[in-house]
Design a protein around this ligand. Sequence first.
Ligand code: SAM
Ligand code: SF4
Ligand code: SF4
Length: 356
Amino acid sequence: MPPLSGPLHDRLGRPLRDLRISVTDRCNFRCGYCMPREAFGHDHAFLPQRSLLTFEEIRRVAGIFVKLGVTKIRLTGGEPLLRRGLDTLIRELATLRTPEGAPVELAMTTNGVLLERMADRLREAGLHRVTVSLDALDPARFQAMADTDVDVKQVLRGIDAAMDAGLGPVKVNMVVQKGRNDDQILPMVRYFRHRPVTLRFIEYMDVGQTNGWNLREVLSWQDIHALIHQAHPLEPLDRHDPAATALRWRFADGHGELGFIASVTQAFCGDCTRLRLSTEGMLYTCLFAHRGYDLRALVREQALPDEAVAAHLSGLWRARQDRYSELRHQHVPAHHAPAAPTSSTGSRIEMSYIGG
Ligand code: SAM
Ligand code: SF4
Ligand code: SF4
C-alpha cells in the first residue's frame, strides 16, 4: 500500500493540485455552447438523487485527494448554487488541511443568478473566491446567450454581492462565440476594467457533443486581444502560477487586468494539474476524456478504506498522459480557422456534467 501522501506526478511529470467537483448536472440557464435546449429540454433525464455523491462522500474523497497533494478545490456544475445545502458542504470542505497544515483554497464557478442572495452565506461557510460566467452586458444579448428570461442586472448584482462579501478577487469569464457575442467584448471591458474584477475571455471549446462546435465560431485570443488593444492598450504580465489557465495582461494606463484562456489556439496541457469529479462520482483526468473512473463504486459499493481508495487514485494519476488540447493544436492552425468547417466528433462528456 503506498503512503497516503504526495507528491504524486503523472506520466508527463505533472503534479496533482486542483480538484474540480461538479455538485449538480442541473442548470437554470441553457447556454447554447454548453446545454443547448434542443439537447437539454423538458424531457432530458438529469441524474436521479440517489446517483449523486452525498456531501459525506464528497468530503471524504476530497480529504483523500488533499492528502495526495490537492491544494485547491473548485465547486462547479451544472449550476453549483442549485445544489441544496451547498453551504453545508463548503463548511465541511473548509475544515480540510494539507499535509503541511494549510487550509485548502476553496473556489466556485457560477452563473451568478443566485449569488446576490447567497454570497454572505457562502463566505461565512468558508468559500474563498468565486468566478462568475457572463457572456454579454446587453440585456437582450445576455438572454439570448444564456437562453433565459433572467435580467442581466441580477448577475451584475451577484458580482457586486460577491465582492462585498469578500469573495474576491472576483473573476468574470466570458466565452466568446464569433458572430454571437463578440460585439460585447468592448462593452464588457469598459464595464469591468475600473472595478476590482479580472475579466477573462475564453475561446469557445469543442467540449461535449451537443453544442455543434465549429471552428469558424471560435474567435482566437489573439483576435480578441487585438480588438481590445486598439481601444485600450495592453501590456503582458507574468503568469504567477504556471498551472493557471489564463494568459495575463494589464491595461497600459495601470487600470485593471485581463486574462485570456486560449484553450483552442494555445494549449496549456503541459501545466495541467487538474482532476475532475462528476456529480455521480466519476473521475476524469482531462476535460476531453471519453471515459471516467468510477470513484463512487470504490467508496459506496465496495466500501473501501481510505488507504485503498488512495492507492487507486494514485494509480489513476500516475497513469495519466492526457494532453488533448496540445494534440488538437497540431491539427488546428494557431491563429485562424481553416476554410473547411470542422466539427467535434466522438462521445465526449458534456461540460455541464463534468464542470468547467
Ligand atoms: N454554471 C456555472 C457557470 O456557468 O459558471 C459553472 C459550470 S460551467 C460548465 C463552467 C464554465 O464552463 C463556464 O465559465 C462556461 O462558460 C464554460 N463553458 C461551458 N461550455 C463551454 C465551451 N463549449 N467552451 C468554453 N467554455 C465553456
Ligand atoms: Fe449552465 Fe454554466 Fe453551462 Fe451556462 S455554462 S448552461 S450556466 S452550466
Ligand atoms: Fe488539461 Fe486535458 Fe485541458 Fe489539456 S486538454 S489542459 S490535459 S484538461
